[in-house]
Ligand binder design. Structure first.
Ligand code: GPK
Length: 807
C-alpha cells in the first residue's frame, strides 16, 4: 500500500505551496536547498498527521506503549528513509522533474544527524523503524544535542575533531512542541517534613532548567505506524538578570543561560567508556526527568490514576545512561502524586526494563556519591533508600548480610549504575546469546543467582530496509526478481534465496552486483582521497569505532606482515587485497588515535611504493557515519569482526555486511556466534581463542613475549615497528605490544595472530581459486540474514519484555 495514493502532482502542489508560503517565490526559481527544505517539510507534515491518527487509535483503544529512553539515536538521513517507507519515492522523483532536479541531488544536501557514537545509538534508531513498521506504538526520548558526534578529519596523519552542526539542514525534520516543555530541577537542599500523609517535601531547588521538546517522526514501512522521537533541548529558566543587564553587563547577564544550555550542547564522544563528569550526569538526569514527567503527566491525564502505569507503559532504559529514571519515577510518584514507597516501587519495577550493552569494566558507569548528592539531593536520597531496602531484603533472604552487600549500589564512594538498573527493573537483557551468558556467569553473577527470572537475551538486529533495500538497490532488485519483495516486511523470507545456491546465472549476478558496488566505493575513494584502488582485489573492510578490544591493530599487523613479505620478494602467497578502514576514536583515547595514525601512515607508505601497491592497498576513510556506512556495506567482501572473544557484546556491523553478501572473518564473539549458527562454519572464516580460553589465559598470566619469541613473523613485525617507515616511527606501538610497565598486548593480538593468518589464507584461496564457491558463500550469508532483522528483535522485546501488542 502506497501512502494514500499520493501522486506526483499532489507532491508538486504541496512543494509549490511551501515554497511560496516560506520564501514568497515561484517554485521555478527555487534553488535545490529550498526544494530540499520544502519537500522535507511536506513529508514531515504528512508524518505528523499520520502519527496523530496512529496515536488517536492507540489512545482510543487504551493500548500499552513503549518508551525507549536512550542518550543516543544515530538516526541517519531522514528524507530517503521516509520516502522509501511511505512508498512514494517514485512519485517524488517524477514530481521533482518540474524543478529539474533529482532526488539524489536532494539526498546529498541533508546532513547526517550524528546524535550517537556507534552501535548503541544506531540500534536505537533501527528499533524505531521496526517498531513503526510492525505497528507498535513507540516513543523514543533523547537529547537534541546542538552538536552531534564530531566530524573526523585526518590532518598530518592525526585525527582531529571538528564540530558537527547537523541542525543547519536537518532542523526541517523537527517540530518544536514548546507548549509541552517541562522543568527539570537541580541542586538545593532537602528538608524532610512528615506531614499527615507522610510526604517528604523538597523545598529548595535553586537551579531550574527548562526542557523543550522537538519531535521527529519516523515512518514505518507500508502501514499506519509512525514512531515518535522526542528530543529535549535545555533552556535557561532563570530569566536574564535585569540588574546586570541594565548595568550594561550583557555578557554576564546571559552567562546563566549558557550554563543551562550547555546541557544539550554536545554529545559526549566516548563509546564503550563512561565519563563520570558532572555535565554528563546533568545530561542524563535532564533526559530522564523530562521524559518521566511527560510519560506520567500524559498517563495521569488519561487514566486519572497511576496505579495502572505498568499496564499501559513500558519504559525501556538503553544501557545504564538513563538509570536515574528509576529514582526519578519514585520521586514523582511519591512527592508529586502522594504514593507510598511500597506502592510506588511496585509500579516502577513493573514498568522499567534494562538492556546491558557491554561487559568492559571501563564502560560500566559509576558516579561519585558526592556529585550526585550535591547535584540531585532528592534523587540521591531515593537511591540510598532503594539500596537499603534491597540489601535488607536480600540479606534476610540469604540470612547473610555480607553476601547481600556484594550487590550494593554503593561502593568505593561511587554509585554503581548497573546495580541500580538491575534492582529497579523487571527484566534485564544482554544483546547476543554469548553476551547474555557472560553477564549471567560473570559481571552480574550475584544478581543472577539472586533473581534468575529477571535475566534474558534478545539478540540485536538491524533494519534491512535501510541496510539493504535502500542502500543496495541492485541487490534489492535482484532479490525482488528472484524471491519477490515479501522479505521487505517478512525478512525470514530471505531464506528463499537459498534455492539458487547452484544457479550459475544467479551466482554470476551476485558477483556483478558486488563488483558494481565496489566500483562505487572505489570512485568515492578516488574522488575524496585521489587514491586509486584495484576493484579486482578483494575488498577487506573493518568499519566500526576504534577500540583496542575491536583489534584494528591485529588487522594492521597482518598488513605489516604482508609488506615485509613483499619487500623481501616473498610474494607467491600474496593476492590482491584492498584494506578499507573506517573508524572514529574518542578524542581523549590516545592509543586509539595512535592506531589510526599508523593505519594512515601505512596507507601513505603503500601509495608511494608501486611495488607494494601492485599487491595490496590500504585506505582509511575519514568520518565514518551512517551515510558512509551506506556506501561501504554494499561493497564489502570480507567483513572483519575480529574482537577479542568475550569483549564485543554483539556487533551489528557484522549483520550489515553479511546482509550485503560479505563473508565474515571473525572470532567466536558477540553475534558472530549466531551468524555462524545461521550460515554454518563452512560459510564463515572462524579463528582465534574462545572467550573461556581468553579468560583462563588472562588468569594464568598472558605474556605476549612468549608468542614473540616463538614466531619469526612477529619478530619481524616488531622490527618493522621499531624501525618505522621514512616518515614515522611506531616504537610506542611496539612497546605496547611487548609491554613495559603494563601487560603487553592486553587484547592478545599475538595469541590470535597465526590463526588469523590461516583464516585469511583460507579466505583468499576460496576467493581467488574458486570464485563460484565464494559467490555461494556470499549467497548463503544473504539468505541467512533474515533473523538479524530488527523486526525479529523488536518482536521479541514486545512479546517477552514489554508485553505490548501491535496494531
Ligand atoms: C556498547 F557499552 C556500549 C557503548 O557505550 N556503546 C556501544 O555502541 C555497543 N556499545 C556494543 O559495543 C556492540 O557490541 C553492540 O552491538 C551495540 O552496542 C548495540 O548493542
Amino acid at each position: 500500500m502506497r501512502e494514500k495514493n499520493i501522486e506526483a502532482k499532489h507532491i508538486n502542489a504541496l512543494i509549490d505551496e511551501e515554497i511560496s508560503r516560506y520564501w514568497n517565490i515561484e517554485s521555478r526559481s527555487a534553488n535545490s536547498i529550498q526544494i530540499y527544505r520544502a519537500l522535507s517539510v511536506v513529508i514531515r507534515d504528512m508524518l505528523l498527521k499520520k502519527h496523530n491518527q496512529f496515536k488517536n487509535f492507540v489512545n482510543k483503544n487504551e493500548q500499552k506503549q513503549v518508551y525507549y529512553i536512550c542518550m543516543e539515536f544515530l538516526v541517519g538521513k531522514s528524507l530517503r528513509n521516509n520516502l522509501y517507507n511511505l512508498k512514494i519515492e517514485n512519485e517524488t522523483e517524477i514530481a521533482l522533474k518540474k524543478y529539474n532536479i533529482k532526488l539524489e541531488d536532494l539526498y546529498v544536501i541533508e546532513k547526517d544527524p550524528g546524535l550517537g557514537n556507534g552501535g548503541l545509538g544506531r540500534l536505537a534508531s533501527c528499533f524505531m523503524d521496526s517498531l513503526a513498521t510492525q505497528g507498535y506504538p513507540a516513543t523514543g526520548f533523547s537529547i537534541k544535542y546542538e552538536f552531534g558526534l564530531f566530524k573526523q578529519k585526518i590532518i598530518d596523519g592525526w585525527q582531529t575533531e571538528l564540530p558537527d552542526d547537523w541542525l543547519t539542514t536537518s532542523d526541517v525534520w523537527l517540530v518544536a512542541k514548546t507548549e509541552e516543555r517541562v522543568v527539570v530541577k537541580f541542586d538545593g537542599k532537602i528538608r524532610e517534613e512528615w506531614t499527615t500523609s507522610g510526604l517528604v517535601i523538597h523545598h529548595d531547588y535553586p537551579t531550574e532548567i527548562e526542557a523543550v521538546p522537538y519531535d521527529m517522526f519516523i515512518s514505518g514501512y507500508d502501514g499506519d505506524g509512525v514512531s515518535l522521537l522526542r528530543l529535549w533541548e535545555s533552556k535557561s529558566l532563570n530569566s536574564i538578570d535585569m540588574n546586570l543587564f541594565s548595568q550594561g553587563d550583557y555578557i554576564r547577564a546571559l552567562s546563566e543561560d549558557s550554563m543551562a544550555e550547555a546541557i544539550s550542547k554536545v554529545l559526549y564522544p566516548a563509546d564503550n567508556h563512561y565519563e563520570g563528569k558532572i555535565l554528563r550526569l546533568k545530561q542524563q538526569y535532564f533526559l530522564v526527568s523530562a521524559s518521566a514527567q511527560t510519560i506520567v503527566k500524559k498517563h495521569y491525564k488519561k487514566y486519572k490514576t497511576l496505579d495502572n502505569l505498568s499496564d499501559k507503559a513500558a519504559i525501556h532504559i538503553n544501557d545504564t545512561h538513563p538509570a536515574l529514571i528509576i529514582p526519578e519515577l519514585m520521586r514523582i510518584l511519591m512527592d508529586d502524586y502522594g504514593y507510598s514507597w511500597e506502592k510506588a516501587w511496585y509500579i516502577v519495577v513493573n514498568t522499567v526494563s534494562y538492556t546491558n550493552h557491554t561487559v568492559l569494566s571501563e564502560a560500566l558507569e559509576t558516579f561519585d556519591i558526592d556529585i550526585v548528592k550535591t547535584k540531585l539531593p532528592r534523587i540521591f536520597m531515593i537511591i540510598s533508600e532503594i539500596n537499603r531496602r534491597f540489601l535488607q531484603e536480600a540479606g534476610s533472604k540469604y540470612n547473610d548480610f555480607n553476601k547481600a552487600e556484594q550487590m550494593s549500589v554503593f561502593g568505593y564512594d561511587k554509585i554503581n549504575m548497573a546495580n541500580l538498573c538491575i534492582i529497579g527493573s523487571h527484566t534485564v537483557n544482554g544483546v547476543a546469546k554469548l553476551h547474555s551468558e557472560i553477564l549471567r556467569r560473570t559481571v552480574f553473577k550475584k544478581f543472577y543467582e539472586y533473581s534468575p527470572y529477571k535475566f534474558m537475551n534478545v539478540t540485536n538486529g538491524i533494519t534491512h530496509r535501510r541496510w539493504l533495500n535502500q542502500s543496495n538497490p541492485r541487490l534489492k532488485n535482484l532479490l525482488d526478481d528472484l524471491i519477490g519483495a515479501d522479505y521487505t516486511k517478512h525478512p525470514s523470507k530471505l531464506s528463499e534465496l537459498k534455492k539458487y545456491i547452484d544457479d550459475d546465472v544467479v551466482l554470476h549476478k551476485l558477483d556483478e552486483i558486488k563488483y558494481e558496488n565496489k566500483k562505487l566505493l572505489a570512485e568515492f575513494i578516488y574522488n575524496t582521497y585521489q587514491i586509486s584502488v584495484n576493484t579486482d582485489s578483494i575488498f577487506d573492510i573493518q568499519a566500526k569505532r576504534l577500540h583496542e578490544y575491536k583489534r584494528q591493530l591485529l588487522n594492521a599487523l597482518r598488513i605489516i606482515s604482508l609488506i615485509i613479505d613483499i619487500n623481501e620478494g616473498n610474494t607467491t602467497h600474496i593476492k590482491p587485497e584492498t584494506f578499507i578502514f573506517a573508524a572514529k576514536a574518542a578524542p581523549g583515547y590516545y592509543r586509539a588515535k595512535e592506531i589510526i595514525q599508523m593505519i594512515v601512515a601505512l596507507s601513505d607508505y603503500i601509495n608511494k611504493n608501486p611495488n607494494i601497491k601492485k599487491y595490496i592497498n590500504v585506505v582509511f576513510v575519514e568520518n565514518y557515519s551512517v551515510s558512509l556506512a551506506e556506501i561501504i556495506m554494499p561493497a564489502g567482501e570480507l567483513s572483519e569482526q575480529i574482537s577479542l572473544a568475550g569483549k564485543e557484546a554483539s556487533g551489528t556491523g557484522n549483520m550489515k555486511f553479511m546482509l550485503n553478501g560479505a563473508v565474515t572473518i571473525g572470532t567466536y564473539d558477540g553475534a558472530n556466534v549466531e551468524i555462524i549458527n545461521q550460515v554454518g562454519e563452512e560459510n564463515f572464516f572462524l579463528f582465534g581463542l574462545r572467550d573461556y580460553e581468553v579468560e583462563s589465559l588472562w588468569k594464568t598470566g598472558y605474556s605476549s613475549i612468549h608468542y614473540y619469541q616463538k614466531s619469526l613473523k612477529l619478530r619481524k613485525i616488531i622490527d618493522f615497528l621499531n624501525k618505522g617507515i621514512p616518515s614515522k616511527s611506531f616504537e610506542s606501538i611496539s612497546k605496547y605490544l611487548l609491554g613495559d610497565s603494563q601487560v603487553g598486548d592486553p587484547y592478545m593480538c599475538f595469541a590470535d595472530f597465526d590463526s588469523y593468518l590461516d583464516a585469511h589464507n583460507k579466505a583468499s584461496s576460496v576467493y581467488f581459486d574458486d570464485k563460484r564457491k565464494w559467490n555461494q558463500m556470499s549467497l548463503v550469508n544473504i539468505a541467512s540474514a533474515g533473523i538479524f532483522s530488527s523486526d525479529r528483535t523488536i518482536k521479541e522485546y514486545a512479546d517477552s519484555i514489554w508485553n505490548i501488542k501491535s496494531i
